[in-house]
Design a protein around this ligand. Structure first.
Ligand SMILES: C[S@@+](CC[C@H](N)C(=O)[O-])C[C@H]1O[C@@H](n2cnc3c(N)ncnc32)[C@H](O)[C@@H]1O
Length: 255
């Protein structure tokens, strides 16, 4: 992804979102900051698949402003560690949820080998060209046999048009090959996570409306909105789809 589009979509908007949540109230925080997942049904599927429980040390790679990790902490009692390269997004997660955030890239995770109980990586891989590097690092820091929950936007054909700036959607086949190459064994997957209820989506929309009112004139807002419109078109035309995946860490892979 180009630096400006990425900064607009994942950094500027994350900071603005945290400001808007502080105006509207903390019940808006999780719905507004689940950008990759956007649905409690998807999070519940991943949490149950990964068998999360109280005390599980859950690494969320590309955690954004922290909604999914905060949801898992609140519902399942996990101890999240967030990893996020965008500074304003990391600050937003710390400010809204008080969660520990490592400012780092998923291709170089500053954690010890075999130190993490479970990992999530939600809505991230399609923004990363070198998926093998990210998956390889997640495999390295996970304990043997530990669970990885993925939410991935996959391409349903070899080329999608018009692609949002900098996105590299893998096909289903490419994604599974990357997982196996990094040393993961697929357990199960689904393409039907279930829509968010109105009680959730309305709160996210209220936050988005405050952000729009305050920042509509900002070029970064226009850039992020343009990315969002392209995503909407690609989903509506059936060119891309969401996959939820549960895999476990097996012996080291081929990459
Ligand atoms: C669509 S957002 C999803 C955020 C969050 N996982 C969620 O579900 O709400 C994608 C996130 O991936 C992060 N990201 C992009 N490239 C990354 C990389 N190389 N390593 C770690 N995170 C990355 C972005 O900064 C952004 O926060």
């Amino acid at each position: 992804m180009t630096a400006s589009a990425m900064a607009a979509e994942f950094d500027d908007v994350a900071g603005w979102t945290a400001d808007a949540v502080e105006q509207l109230g903390e019940r808006h925080a999780i719905p507004a900051t689940c950008r990759g997942s956007a649905s409690p049904a998807a999070l519940a599927w991943l949490a149950e698949a990964c068998d999360l429980s109280a005390g599980t040390r859950l690494l969320d790679v590309g955690a954004g402003a922290g909604g999914p990790a905060a949801w898992a902490a609140g519902r399942f009692g996990v101890r999240p560690i967030l990893l996020e390269p965008m500074p304003a997004a990391g600050r937003a997660a710390a400010r809204l949820f008080g969660l520990p955030v490592i400012a780092a890239d998923g291709r170089r995770i500053p954690l010890r080998t075999g130190s993490v109980d479970a990992a999530w990586c939600l809505g991230v891989l399609c923004t990363v060209q070198d998926k093998a590097a990210v998956l390889g690092e997640i495999h390295r820091v996970l304990k043997p046999g530990a669970s990885l929950g993925l939410l991935v936007v996959v391409a349903r054909r070899p080329r999608v048009f018009p692609a949002p700036d900098g996105n590299h959607f893998p096909t289903q086949r490419e994604l599974l090959a990357s997982l196996a190459g990094a040393g993961f064994e697929l357990v199960e997957q689904t393409g039907e996570p279930g829509a968010a209820p109105l009680s959730w989506s309305r709160r996210a929309e209220q936050v988005a409306a405050v952000v729009a009112t305050r920042h509509r004139a900002d070029p970064a807002y226009a850039l992020a909105a343009h990315q969002g419109e392209r995503f909407t078109h690609l989903f509506a035309s059936g060119q891309i789809a969401v996959r939820l995946i549960h895999a476990v860490s097996g012996p080291a892979g081929t990459c």
